[in-house]
Design a protein around this ligand. Structure first.
Ligand code: EPU
Length: 332
């Protein structure tokens, strides 16, 4: 496997910011991966998937590892379900399309999310009432410290809202993911936007649901090829009972959902919108006109401009509503 030097990362992040990586490699299998970890034990490392959830503000003085393990295999099958292993470098939406075309149910609501298969468990991708954690049987990953390949059961992944052990510890490189998908399917009404899109169809099929998700997403979310972005920029804030009460005093119509452990979730897009930041543009950066939670890049190659705009939004929301917005996107 070739180790490349001084590689431009602009096409490796969906915000299209410029940065140079000192070292860059693309391991094709687990042994190449373990090998490269052993060769550069002291280098700072970054594991790159499709680069759709991060951007660079400066050059990267270390080793970028972009796993390229591919392949989709059926491991186990019964009359009711199938277990499928997919390589970390498989394109997420191609994998969803493959499952839908085989009538395997469970990830159709996660259609059209820009991601690789390996990145999906890291932040437990979710949309339209579904989260990838609900269909993951186990995750295969190499422990960076020991160089050992391990299987993480669903419980061992410690999934939460946009969270997992892989995000918390950052000491593992996912090589493949094993999904358990169902062979029968009945559409469940979980999310208002999607229900509306399907209201004229009784008992929609998997591909009708996938098509509806793609239509809703295309209307609301910008395509990063045409308008560089990284999807939802901030996480939806989790509030205590007291924080919820204070927010409702200021904004009585704020959306409130139940979250885990007796907490509540509100909408970051709603707060940004209320603060007057929907469709707002500052130089080459702004929020998307159709969705306040998406920061879009109108032409800068400098990630600092995006970071400055991000900080401005965080300060504004803290000042106006007393709520700290956490980024969902990684800033390097
Ligand atoms: N809203 C506004 N203004 C806006 C947009 C939305 O006020 O400009 C309010 C509305 O009240 C709306 C609510 O925000 O009902 C929620 O908006 P939406 O349904 O678009 O969902 P979201 O919470 O903003 C989350 C995920 C998305 C996922 C959608 C659909 C997070 C951080 N984001 O967005 O995920 O596609 O739900 O399920 O959880 C991503 O992670 O990159 C991503 C796009």
């Amino acid at each position: 496997m070739q180790i490349k030097h001084n590689i431009q990362l602009q096409l490796y992040n969906s915000f299209r910011t410029k940065a140079v990586a000192k070292l860059f490699c693309e391991p094709h299998n687990v042994s190449e991966l373990i090998d490269v970890l052993g060769k550069f034990p002291d280098e700072k490392r970054l594991i790159l998937g499709k680069g759709c959830n991060l951007f660079f503000t400066k050059d990267f003085d270390g080793l970028i590892i972009k796993p390229t393990m591919k392949g989709v295999f059926t491991l186990f099958e019964t009359d009711d379900f199938v277990e499928i292993e997919a390589g970390a470098a498989e394109d997420w939406d191609d994998f969803v399309a493959y499952c839908v075309s085989n009538d395997y149910a469970g990830i159709e609501n996660l259609s059209f999310i820009p991601s690789s298969v390996g990145a999906a468990p890291i932040q437990n991708i979710g949309a339209y009432g579904a989260e990838v954690k609900d269909v993951i049987a186990f995750v295969r990953a190499v422990d960076i410290t020991t160089g050992v390949l391990m299987d993480f059961s669903n419980a061992a992944c410690e999934f939460g809202y946009r969270d997992s052990i892989f995000k918390k510890r950052q000491n593992y490189i996912i090589t493949s993911v094993v999904f358990r998908l169902q062979k029968s399917f009945v559409y469940q009404e979980k999310y208002i936007d999607l229900n509306r899109e399907l209201e004229n169809i009784t008992n929609p099929t998997l591909s009708q649901v996938r098509d509806a998700v793609i239509r809703v997403r295309t209307r609301k979310l910008p395509d990063y090829i045409a308008l560089p972005n990284a999807g939802s920029f901030f996480k939806n804030p989790i509030l205590t009972e007291e924080e919820k009460r204070k927010l409702l005093q200021k904004l009585p119509d704020a959306p409130i959902y139940n979250a885990e452990n007796g907490m509540f979730k509100t909408s970051a897009a709603y707060l940004i919108d209320k603060a007057g930041y929907k469709g707002k543009r500052k130089g080459n950066v702004g929020t998307y006109e159709h969705h306040a939670l998406i920061i879009v890049n109108y032409g800068t190659e400098n990630g600092i401009e995006i970071q400055n705009f991000m900080c401005e939004i965080q300060e504004k929301i803290l000042c106006e509503f007393g709520i700290e917005l956490e980024t969902e996107v990684w800033v390097y």
